[in-house]
Design a protein. Structure first.
Length: 70
């Protein structure tokens, strides 16, 4: 059994190479996001809320979380 690759964590060049070799079982859109966006996305599904201190890197996480919820 071959391991499945999570496309969210692979560089675009690797994704193109993989997609030309074999077609995915569940095709979808590939999205590239940065770390704060990933944290906000996970917090939306796991926590249901965000607590952050203004004027820190967590400020962007709160803003992205609110954008996901809108």
């Amino acid at each position: 059994m071959t391991p499945r690759l999570c496309s969210r964590f692979l560089p675009l060049t690797v994704l193109i190479a993989i997609s030309t070799v074999n077609s995915p079982s569940y095709p979808g859109l590939t999205t590239v996001i940065h770390g704060n966006g990933a944290v906000a996305h996970v917090m939306d599904y796991v926590c249901g809320g965000v607590i952050g201190y203004p004027i820190t890197p967590s400020t962007e996480i709160s803003e992205l979380y609110e954008a996901f919820r809108a």
